[in-house]
Design a protein around this ligand. Structure first.
Ligand SMILES: [Zn+2]
Length: 123
């Protein structure tokens, strides 16, 4: 699975969104300047939520595709709705509050379940 990639508009360097979460300061891994104005809490919370959601979605795709039967999931619809959420600039992260993983309270749960999932899977 390819990690969610992000870019610093200040120094134009690319990095994985999860690197920002692991660092925990909200700073660009390259130029060390803050990636968002003010408190980085929302950045860290929602970057972790996005990473966890992507991991769960990826796992869901794999599992659903392995099920025998007559189900065909329209994954294109997921990509389309993501593109619509992201708006014109695809590199922008989702605004906190526009969450599609079940709102603010879902982030901590998603974070811990991501750790649980990563602990049991070798991907
Ligand atoms: Zn930078």
């Amino acid at each position: 699975m390819t990690p969610i990639s992000a870019r610093c508009a200040r120094c134009d360097s690319g990095f994985s969104l999860f690197a920002v979460v692991e660092d925990g300061t909200g700073a660009c891994p390259h130029c060390l300047q803050p990636l968002v104005a003010g408190d980085p809490g929302a950045l860290l919370e929602w970057a972790a939520a996005a990473d966890a959601a992507q991991y769960r979605l990826s796992a869901s795709v794999h599992i659903l595709q392995q099920l025998r039967g007559h189900l065909i999931v329209d994954w294109q619809s997921v990509l389309q709705s993501l593109a619509e959420e992201a708006g014109g600039e695809a590199c922008r992260m989702f605004r906190p509050g526009a969450g599609w993983i079940g709102g603010r309270s879902g982030a901590g749960r998603a974070r811990s379940s991501m750790r649980a999932l990563k602990g049991t899977s070798a991907s």
